[in-house]
Design a protein around this ligand. Structure first.
Ligand SMILES: Cc1cc2nc3c(=O)[nH]c(=O)nc-3n(C[C@H](O)[C@H](O)[C@H](O)COP(=O)(O)OP(=O)(O)OC[C@H]3O[C@@H](n4cnc5c(N)ncnc54)[C@H](O)[C@@H]3O)c2cc1C
Length: 355
């Protein structure tokens, strides 16, 4: 099935698919499996949890696709994230394309100025403009930054959709199957998240805590971020009056339950956004560990002459960048195309990358 180039790298033969095992059904593994199956490869997706998503970082995500807002963490996110958004829009019909709003309390004006400098918001709204978009925030903030081209989704619905799409694309899905090397596949795409840390010494975990609450008192239609120098917050609307309230960013791999301090900070910030959140019911709490590399950007690292590709380090941007990483791997396997997020095997590491 596989052919080898003159420098010994695995690639797709003329019209011949590769046998690919994708390990891990988090957001990175799901997009890899879907993209590679749709590209004509024979794909097997292996997930160690019998019930999918229960052990993944992905199930805790806010699942915002926010390349503009998130460019405050790394400027590259703007361009790469725009590619991710386009791929989601072509794939997921339930994406909510309502943009994002960013507000700040008057005492945090300096933080708002810093955010605007770092992200260049496309639109700044006055109080009336904000009320027109989100009537329940009317009169609460003098101005807001608006990123109209951003999107969000309901996390469990999106993960379930992708798993179904992987099956429909012809891939085999094995749940409750912990993968161990070696493999008989031509290529293993390793998307184990933090479980791959022993093979990726630079990988670290960044803890993110979040809550799911429900309120009949307030209606928001798009994610709203409340800036704060120490406790920034976002609220992501799901259906049925549910809101995902997140998220802490703590340099820790502790997988324990949310702490009282973090719950107080997050709920206090939600209450500051709108006091009606004080009457909301707390439906669920949880903490996920974001896998991250030192540059806080994800990488697809090609090893063993292309027989093993580690896709990891998505940090705060796993949903946003998963489709971009999947395209990068698919193009690499077809004709060794370089990509900004792809680390080729050692002998080729000098080759230039392009976004
Ligand atoms: C609170 C929070 C909010 C976030 N919000 C956003 C957001 O708004 N937008 C965004 O883009 N990103 C967001 N993120 C980041 C995003 O969730 C992560 O980057 C992403 O989930 C990482 O996905 P992954 O597939 O690498 O890892 P995981 O989701 O952890 O998946 C790894 C999978 O591999 C499986 N596995 C491990 N070992 C094996 C084995 N041996 N065999 C088989 N399977 C195995 C695991 O069971 C797991 O299912 C957020 C993260 C957190 C924690």
């Amino acid at each position: 099935m596989a052919t080898e180039t003159e420098n010994g790298l695995v690639r797709m033969g003329k019209g011949k698919p590769l046998a690919i095992t994708v390990v891990g059904a988090g957001i990175l593994g799901l997009w890899q499996a879907l993209t590679l199956a749709r590209a004509g490869h024979s794909v097997r997706l292996v997930e160690k949890s019998a019930s999918p998503f229960t052990e993944s970082a992905s199930r805790y995500a806010g699942a915002m696709l926010a390349p503009g807002c998130e460019s405050e963490h790394a400027p590259e996110i703007r361009t790469l994230g725009a590619q991710g958004l386009a791929l989601w829009r072509a794939t997921y019909p339930h994406l909510v394309n309502a943009g994002s709003l960013v507000v700040a309390a008057p005492r945090d004006a300096a933080e708002a100025a810093r955010f605007a400098r770092d992200t260049h918001p496309p639109e700044t709204l006055d109080a009336r403009g904000l009320a027109a978009l989100e009537p329940d925030l009317g009169g609460r903030f003098a101005r807001a930054f608006y990123f109209p081209d951003e999107a969000h989704m309901t996390t469990p619905d999106a993960l379930t959709f992708l798993l179904d799409a992987v099956r429909m694309a012809g891939a085999t899905v094995e749940l409750g199957a912990a993968w161990t090397s070696p493999s008989t596949s031509d290529v293993v795409v390793d998307c184990r998240g933090m479980a791959a840390a022993s093979a990726l010494p630079m990988l670290r975990g960044v803890r993110g805590e979040r809550l799911l609450i429900q309120s009949a008192e307030i209606r928001l239609t798009r994610p709203v971020r409340l800036l704060h120098p120490h406790h920034p917050l976002y609220v992501v609307p799901w259906d049925d009056g549910r809101y995902l309230v997140g998220a802490t960013v703590i340099e820790s791999e502790d997988t324990g339950a949310i702490t009282v301090r973090s719950a107080l900070e997050l709920l206090g910030a939600a209450y500051a956004l709108h006091p009606a959140f004080g009457e909301a019911e707390i439906l669920e709490t949880g903490a996920g560990i974001r896998p991250a590399f030192p540059d806080n950007l994800p990488h697809a690292e090609v090893r063993e002459g292309g027989r093993r590709i580690f896709v990891n380090g998505a940090y705060r941007h796993g949903f946003l960048l998963a489709p971009v990483l999947a395209e990068a791997v698919a193009c690499w396997l077809t004709n060794q195309t370089p990509h900004a997020l792809l680390v080729p095997p050692e002998p080729m590491a000098h080759q230039p990358h392009s976004v």
